[in-house]
Design a protein around this ligand. Sequence first.
Ligand SMILES: CC(C)(COP(=O)(O)OP(=O)(O)OC[C@H]1O[C@@H](n2cnc3c(N)ncnc32)[C@H](O)[C@@H]1OP(=O)(O)O)[C@@H](O)C(=O)NCCC(=O)NCCS
Length: 169
Amino acid sequence: MSTERDEALARTERLVLREVRSHDLSVLERMWQDPVMRRHLGGPVSDEVVAERRVGDHTGGLMVTRSSGEFVGWCHLGRYRTGDLELSYVFLPEWWGRGYAREASAAAIGLAFDRFPDAPRLIAVAQEANVRSVRLLEALGMVRVDTFEEFAARQVMYAIDRPQAASGA
Ligand SMILES: CC(C)(COP(=O)(O)OP(=O)(O)OC[C@H]1O[C@@H](n2cnc3c(N)ncnc32)[C@H](O)[C@@H]1OP(=O)(O)O)[C@@H](O)C(=O)NCCC(=O)NCCS
């Protein structure tokens, strides 16, 4: 029988990152509809969108659990419209403020550069008002490269290039 441990794509001091599995959907649904987690992501999504996402493609999604198994968050590795590798993430509010998002995102960046050896950089986009997310991106060593208006909000784009990631800057 497989265990959380065999399915790990990456492990950090306190966390395990693994692919999304069907039994994760209940926690993902909470993330899609919780007003606190969705505050800077356009608000809770509708029941119709949740129904579509339930049967949708979860490729690129990484579930983040503590080593003891509790679910703490989700990271995603995808492609932004520019073609850049893009990192996104949502963590459950009860686990905020413990450095888990930072620890998981650093591991996800490492995975992204391993999976896509030709990618020169990885980006992330956040609303400028999303202070926790901006602090996280800066703590990860990412650098602000653009600001623009979208979805009626000021958006900031951060980037980290491959040499920076490799040196752990
Ligand atoms: C954005 C988000 C992931 C940030 O979560 P977070 O828990 O604040 O981020 P971190 O993991 O970097 O934690 C940093 C905090 O942990 C503290 N911390 C405690 N122990 C720590 C440790 N061992 N290592 C590092 N930091 C630690 C830091 O001091 C910092 O505290 P502060 O918030 O008082 O400054 C979270 O707010 C979230 O999921 N929001 C909703 C979804 C969202 O907006 N996603 C982003 C869309 S762009």
